[in-house]
Design a protein around this ligand. Sequence first.
Ligand code: PSU
Ligand code: MN
Length: 307
Amino acid sequence: MNLENLLVYSKEVKEAKEKKQPIVALESTIISHGMPYPQNVEMAKATEKIIREKGAVPATIAIMHGKIKIGLEEEDLKLLATAEGVRKVSRRDLAEVLAKDQLGATTVATTMIAAHLAGIKVFVTGGIGGVHRGFEDSMDVSADLEELAQTPVAVVCAGAKAILDIPRTLEYLETKGVPVIGYKTSYMPAFYSSLSDHKLVTRDDNVEDIAKRIYISKLLGLKGGFVIANPIPKDDEIPHEEIDKIINQALKEEKAAGIKGKDSTPFLLAKIVELTEGRSLDANIKLVFNNAKLGADLALAYNKIDK
Ligand code: PSU
Ligand code: MN
């Protein structure tokens, strides 16, 4: 066994690597644990399509047949969207799920690890994990933050979900030296809502500037990643006042049900879909599409610098 045979590439991604074309990584936990079927698989396919139409190559990542698969076929996406008992694979779980030949969906943290191994610099998702509300008692901080501190991949997202503690999440990232760049915004977006009250240190309005920062960071050998925070379009957002009430309700139900650890994020996302009668799911899908467009543009811009 060696590293080479732990990684397998789809034909499309393999060719893109050979031709040095821009590639965009995508995670699979959002498919298996973040959205219900069939919207999950439809979202996954449509996101890949958006990236292709922009002239980049999508590489959705998952753990299959004892290997890290970089670039999935349609039937793989369907399997991840429908199979029972798909593991949610974060850094802790990666070697185990590979060793046991289990089917695994990769979180932001694990997708970053895989993307880096595959030489992919840009990764598109919905929202990153962060410091959970009630952190004082639970100590629940997503491994995504620690990964951002140590793995040089740029993660395009719609900010941090308002189920999290956004100011503490930003403090954590600051401590770890992770730049959080607001794309055309000076405030941290809050996933379902385009704005939060939390001011960001940097705003960039064009992808070339962001690509240049990522490249300089690479030249310097800085080890961490980037958060590119891209607000959900105004027309698709759920305003703060509205979603906050629902989030509080979901958090209350989580507590009552005794949900903790890795099950927290999937539980809260599903509960919010239920309480909003699907509106949060629509918003979630729209923000991923919006991130896919930006991520593809960023991959193209980065590719020009790093040829
Ligand atoms: N945000 C979403 N949907 C998701 C997730 C985040 O809108 O499915 C997933 C991502 O894979 C992220 C993970 O990495 O949840 C974070 O989980 P945890 O908080 O357990 O680290
Ligand atoms: Mn957690």
